[in-house]
Design a protein around this ligand. Structure first.
Ligand code: TXA
Ligand code: MG
Length: 404
């Protein structure tokens, strides 16, 4: 695609753009692909006429255009089942560099490569051991990323950040799978946010962060899991090491492998004496809202809600604009406060889906002081607590008898 064509967004019916670029910015295409199929009325217009589902011509055209942009070496954001990714042809160094530039991402943080077919994996990596094979069978397509020995020369060295391994996943999202298959190349894609901002769970979040900096955005509606994939390394002995907790839980992994451990570099604040995390991205502060966020935990819900109420009142008295991220079970304890719901403690999937959107909402609402209830770090709670603690810069308030 040449520059003239890029400046004529109305030339094809499949895309639209919402705003002309500001000075110094480029044009970012926008495709709405919420449905890959559409209901079409068959036969006579008579009342009660039947409907059947057909592939959406519009969606097919939009994805062809987006794939052509990727193939041409440009950047395209697309939905996955976890969060939106910012994609580029993983073999093309200029394209991969454009991803780092658009995000403002540190160059030593390697990218995940996304594939649509199992056979693509064998082109990228030297070997898939039995443990990795079992994980692929159990969880692909899905929110699990495998770190495997990279085949030299097949990917841009900028993707792997100089490591001899590559992180690969097959996303479980029809739009992502169609786009990657159509592009016909491995697609490097970090989350499609500006570095340091919460990951995007809506195409509108991508637009907020990257409009004018990237080639296009495919809008496939809200993502499902809402947190990034679990990144693991699979040992030859059947053990699995979690480098980043995510959409597939330790319990799910344990059901298909001999033992699951968590990278000791993962927990806690980076500092002298702490081992470096094996997933380079985990050492950076992420997801931070503009307001000061702290996580509150304690031995009983009543002690936690009590401490939160007192802290919010004190912050308000000193002029802060406050909010609490709370589970529905405790909402009634915060009457009169600005409460953002994380859903029920019984269904942590809701907290996963909502967390990043709520952190962005806090910024939009001008919140300067935020407290978040902790949840048990089991199941999906491990990933939720990992992201919350990173967003809070590891600030934790502990409710105990001393501050009753
Ligand atoms: O759900 C996801 O994984 C999303 C969607 C878009 O697929 N992607 C995503 O990518 O979260 P990103 O770039 O934001 O996170 C990639 C993580 C980082 O923590 C990075 O350090 C780690 O994967 N990683 C990448 N390559 C690695 C490697 N060779 N060894 C260890 N960790 C690696
Ligand atoms: Mg990210």
């Amino acid at each position: 695609m040449n520059d003239d064509q890029k400046l004529q967004p109305e030339a094809s019916g499949a895309h639209s753009q919402s705003a002309w670029p500001q000075a110094g910015q480029r044009l970012t295409f926008w495709w709405d692909v919420k449905k890959l199929e559409e209901r079409v009325k068959d036969g006579m217009e008579a009342e009660g006429g039947s409907y059947t589902r057909h592939p959406s011509q519009f969606a097919a055209m939009a994805l062809q255009e987006a794939a052509a942009l990727l193939r041409s070496g440009d950047t395209v954001a697309f939905p996955t089942e976890t969060v939106y990714g910012l994609g580029a042809d993983a073999r093309n160094t200029a394209a991969v560099e454009a991803v780092f530039a658009a995000k403002g991402r540190p160059a030593d943080n390697p990218l995940i490569v996304h594939i649509a077919r199992r056979s693509q994996l064998d082109e990228l990596v030297q070997q898939v051991n039995g443990t990795a094979e079992a994980l692929i069978q159990a969880f692909w397509p899905g929110p699990l990323t495998l770190v495997l020995p990279v085949r030299p020369g097949v990917l841009s060295p900028r993707v792997t950040g100089g490591l001899d391994t590559v992180a690969v996943r097959m996303p479980d999202h029809p739009v992502a799978l169609r786009l990657i298959a159509e592009a016909g190349c491995p697609v490097a894609a970090p989350s499609a946010n500006r570095s340091g901002r919460p990951s995007p769970t809506l195409a509108e979040h991508v637009r907020e962060d990257l409009q004018g900096r990237i080639g296009g955005i495919v809008n496939g509606g809200p993502t499902g899991v809402g947190l990034e994939s679990t990144v693991v390394q699979a040992g030859d002995d059947g053990t699995v090491t979690i480098l980043r907790p995510g959409g597939i839980t330790a319990e799910q992994l344990a059901a298909v492998c001999a033992a699951v451990t968590t990278d000791p570099g993962l927990d806690g604040e980076a500092g002298p004496g702490t081992p470096a995390p094996r997933s380079p991205g985990m050492k950076y502060t992420h997801y931070a809202p503009l307001g000061r966020l702290s996580v509150v935990e304690g031995p009983s819900p009543a002690m936690v809600t009590g401490l939160i109420r007192r802290e919010l009142a004190a912050a308000e008295a000193s002029g802060e604009r406050t909010a609490v991220l709370a589970f529905d079970e405790h909402a009634a304890d915060y009457i009169g406060q600005r409460v953002y719901s994380l859903g029920s403690l019984d269904t942590l999937q809701e907290a996963g889906q909502r967390l990043y959107g709520l952190l962005r909402r806090c910024d939009e609402d001008g919140i300067t002081f935020i407290l978040a209830e902790a949840c048990p770090p089991r199941g999906l709670g491990e990933a939720i607590m990992n992201r919350l603690l990173k967003a809070a810069g590891h600030r934790v308030l502990r409710a105990d008898a001393a501050n009753e």
